[in-house]
Design a binder for this molecule. Sequence first.
Ligand code: ATP
Ligand code: NCN
Length: 199
Amino acid sequence: MPPSARGMRIGLFGGSFNPIHAGHLLVMEETLRRLELDAMWVLVTPGNPLKNHDELRPLAERVRAAREAIANPRIHVTGFEAQKGFRYTWQTVRFLAQALPDRKFVWIMGADSLADFHRWERWQDIAATLPIAAYARPGASHRALASRTALALAHGQIDQEDASILARLPAPAWVYLHGRQSSLSSTAIRARKPQVNEN
Ligand SMILES: Nc1ncnc2c1ncn2[C@@H]1O[C@H](COP(=O)(O)OP(=O)(O)OP(=O)(O)O)[C@@H](O)[C@H]1O
Ligand SMILES: O=C(O)c1ccc[n+]([C@@H]2O[C@H](COP(=O)([O-])O)[C@@H](O)[C@H]2O)c1
């Protein structure tokens, strides 16, 4: 391993990105800066297990569009969960923590995802494996901060002023980041763009 990789702080930003939009880019840039991350890995999921996949564009197309949309050289896009046959996030984070124990991974998500996090498969295991950063999203902050996860992990929450140390903290640890918000969503974009294969 190159010495520079040891201790690298890496944000893991999982998503459907169906399609990617400026709200995603805002979360990536803000968390990179405020968590003082060295890199961000954008994990384009083969399919969120809690969502209907009828409108889900092919993985290769979503990966390609994400790469085209992202100019920051610290941000890398991958569809490796599909190659590994991973369906659930606990599989991804367990694999990465075991395969790359010298990296300091942080799971990044929007406030709406934090609000639903207790519905994810083995969510307590994920929270016990790596720190989590949740970024504000219009209409989701109250739900997120009153969520089952927020209550269960209350002892691990740190102040957003201390976000730069999050990657170094042992899990469970998490931060809620307020700040500039985007009201964009992939659902709204899909609703206004006719699909290529539409009749
Ligand atoms: N506008 C936004 N502000 C903050 N976080 C966001 C925003 N849009 C998406 N996210 C976060 O980015 C991650 C990936 O989201 P996803 O690709 O599902 O986009 P989405 O716009 O929520 O999609 P959809 O409308 O299809 O549910 C999730 O953690 C989600 O919470
Ligand atoms: O593992 C789970 O049970 C699980 C449930 C819901 C969402 N996720 C992950 O959360 C990330 C965000 O998904 P999405 O569709 O909201 O962009 C993505 O990496 C999904 O695989 C994971």
